[in-house]
Design a protein around this ligand. Structure first.
Ligand SMILES: C[S@@+](CC[C@H](N)C(=O)[O-])C[C@H]1O[C@@H](n2cnc3c(N)ncnc32)[C@H](O)[C@@H]1O
Length: 274
């Protein structure tokens, strides 16, 4: 088991309670899984699975699903959800997308990672590992946020970064997984042909029964990256400025009137391993 005291990637995601954000994403998770042609008996790895926004719908379709995530609290939450749903074809375990040592070569028909593996360090290793555990003829499907995109999540991360100290030298931004050329480079270096990598822009929705400021509060108090930004802003005496910038963003992006329905554009990457 990894130690969050020495692994900043793990510590970031064990911070707060990502299940509170995940609760606003369930419908989009269902819809994405419905688009993937998942059938009974398919072997699926959900990487950076959180508490199972996509893993549970995949298992409900009869697939044999393993969810792997670096955050121990999210793995526990996922296993509790699987048990409550009576899904014995789904289990969650701790692991790092940069090194899937515990998983056999060519074990999965589908490796799915929705805003998950993009947050792991060493992206070339991540691509290599995803390709290694995918069987020939199988697929890798990634959902990645897009750098510079004007919609919600890219903007939250951009605004938050402006209040947070610069990352250590050598840190590769997770947002680089939203750049098609970088994605091609990483999978090609893992042995995938250029023609077996395809891209599509798609929309994810955050939904809450309540105003968009409620969703902002959820990000402020439960989402590791935003929590870190607020902590840094508070130290610099700029907490209210950050809150105001984010309030403007969440309010402007809301399409749900009194309630919250906020779309966010993402890059859907599909890789076939031939
Ligand atoms: C934005 S959340 C998305 C969670 C889930 N896929 C969903 O859609 O609800 C990012 C997830 O990636 C996980 N993660 C971050 N770095 C990871 C790594 N190195 N290996 C595995 N999981 C990681 C986090 O713990 C978190 O659950």
């Amino acid at each position: 088991m990894l130690d969050s005291a020495v692994n900043p990637n793990k510590a970031l995601w064990e911070k707060g309670d990502f299940t509170r954000i995940a609760a606003t994403m369930r419908q989009s998770g269902e819809e994405l899984v419905a688009s993937l042609g998942i059938t009974a008996g398919l072997s699926v790895l959900d990487l950076g699975c959180g508490d199972g926004t996509t893993a549970l719908p995949a298992a409900r379709r009869g697939a044999d699903v393993i969810g792997v995530d670096i955050a121990a609290n999210l793995v526990a939450a996922g296993n509790a959800r699987a048990k409550a749903a009576g899904l014995y074809n789904l289990r969650f375990e701790e692991g790092d997308a940069s090194n899937l040592g515990g998983l056999a070569d060519e074990a999965f028909d589908l490796v799915l990672t929705v805003f998950g593996a993009m947050f792991a360090p060493r992206p070339y290793d991540v691509a290599q590992e995803m390709v290694r555990v995918t069987r020939r003829g199988g697929r890798i499907v990634m959902g990645n946020w897009i750098p510079g995109d004007p919609t919600l999540v890219a903007q939250i991360l951009k605004i938050s970064a402006a209040y947070t100290p610069p990352p250590p030298t050598g840190f590769v931004s997770p947002m680089t997984w939203g750049d098609e050329q970088q994605v091609r480079d990483r999978f090609q270096s893992a042995g995938i042909d250029n023609g077996d990598i395809s891209f599509e822009r798609s929309t994810w929705f955050f939904r809450l029964d309540g105003p968009p400021t409620g969703l902002l509060e959820t990000f402020r108090y439960y989402y590791g990256p935003t929590m870190n930004a607020f902590a840094a802003a508070s130290t610099a005496g700029r907490e209210e400025q950050l809150a105001a910038e984010l309030k403007e963003l969440f309010t402007a992006q809301n399409r749900g009137g009194e309630h919250t329905v906020i779309p966010a554009t993402f890059l859907k990457v599909t890789v076939t391993k031939n």
